[in-house]
Ligand binder design. Structure first.
Ligand code: NAP
Length: 312
């Protein structure tokens, strides 16, 4: 079968489409025919070797996390999905799976669920990591409630776009950051107020907010504490909190580590089926053009998720 692998760390040119052996199914795992997979910033970090000390990998490995496809075989003890089910979820090698960017993958049953029945495979593959990240932040860490005010930094990104829709569904007042054509896109998603981050800094404008959700990192996360009231919550997907500063200001600050689980994927699927969350696929490439797909994502030229179509 064909897979997109790296045998060394580096830029998009290290991505090779190669023929590899079939992965084998073990207890608690599912064998999935991958119809589509999507790219995330994490895949670039793995490819570039940023995680090689924290998570040593035996190269070559198949890249990729997000998948949508059809279950072909289930290992012993698997009860949440069956052969023939259309599923979506994660199949990352860093979590001990066989990798997403391949014609077939073996992944933990606990990292897949039935995909939303109103999406095609390409749309479903665009959602697992970004959708669960937004859902986990807003419902588990921030516990956002109707009438509260939240600022979402990076409202047009994969995670930010889902977070804006979820926050509006919960009934919050939503300010978000974006620039250029993305400003209208984020307004269409439901944001009450969009701040052009190239013109103004949110910390100079917003006050007395209940929550801040950061998908950008850098200095923005530290500056966010100043827009929160006492006991406000700041969650970043990227930056570590400044504990001392947070304590001094009386706010809660944390960096989230997303856990893509059957339970969270199931909640996300329901939100998609209820038309609360839509996904925005920006560009689709065939598997053999994985290098071009990564270049497109990393150049910032594509608005929306970049997807690999694997089975036509
Ligand atoms: N901790 C975890 O478990 C975890 C899980 C998933 C993702 N992440 C991380 O979360 C981050 C976001 O992921 P993603 O998939 O949403 O990425 P993404 O789709 O690339 O979105 C990032 C967004 O940030 C915007 N942006 C860049 N600089 C900005 C600024 N100064 N102010 C406001 N917005 C700005 C970008 O807009 P432009 O197009 O204008 O640049 C883009 O829309 C990544 O760093 C990823 O690695 C962490």
């Amino acid at each position: 079968m064909k897979a997109v692998q790296i045998a060394e760390y580096g830029g998009p040119s290290v991505l090779q489409v190669v023929d590899v052996g079939w992965p084998s199914v073990h207890d608690g795992k599912v064998f999935v025919e991958v119809h589509a997979a999507s790219l995330n910033p994490f895949d670039t970090m793995v490819r570039e070797g940023h995680l090689k000390d924290a998570i040593p990998l035996q190269l070559p490995v198949t890249l990729g996390g997000d998948i949508a496809g059809v279950v072909v075989e289930v290992g012993t003890g698997v009860t949440n999905v069956s052969v023939g089910d259309k599923v979506y979820g994660q199949a990352n090698v860093v979590a001990g799976n066989s990798g997403a960017f391949a014609e077939f993958t073996v992944t933990a049953a606990s990292q897949v669920a039935a995909m939303p029945d109103n999406l095609d495979f390409e749309q479903a593959a665009s959602l697992p990591l970004v959708g669960v990240s937004a859902l986990q932040a807003l419902t588990r860490h921030i516990d956002l409630a109707a009438g509260q005010k939240i600022c979402i930094n990076g409202g047009a990104g994969g995670i930010g776009a889902v977070a804006v829709q979820l926050a509006k569904h919960i009934g919050a007042y939503v300010a978000a950051t974006a620039t250029g054509d993305d400003i209208d896109f984020v307004k269409q998603l439901g944001a009450d107020e969009v701040i052009d981050y190239k013109q103004q800094h949110f910390a100079d404008i917003l006050q007395n907010y209940d929550a801040f959700f950061d998908t950008v990192g850098g200095d923005d996360f530290g500056r966010a504490y100043s827009i929160l009231h006492q006991d406000g919550v700041a969650v970043s997907m990227v930056a570590e909190p400044d504990e001392a500063e947070a304590r001094q200001r009386g706010v809660v600050a944390l960096r989230q580590s997303t856990a893509v689980t059957t339970n969270m994927l199931g909640q996300l699927a329901k939100l998609v089926e209820d038309d609360v969350v839509t996904t925005h696929v920006g560009k689709v490439f065939p598997l053999v053009q994985a290098q071009e797909a990564f270049q497109a994502r990393e150049s910032g030229s594509v608005s929306g998720k970049v997807v690999l179509a694997i089975k036509s």
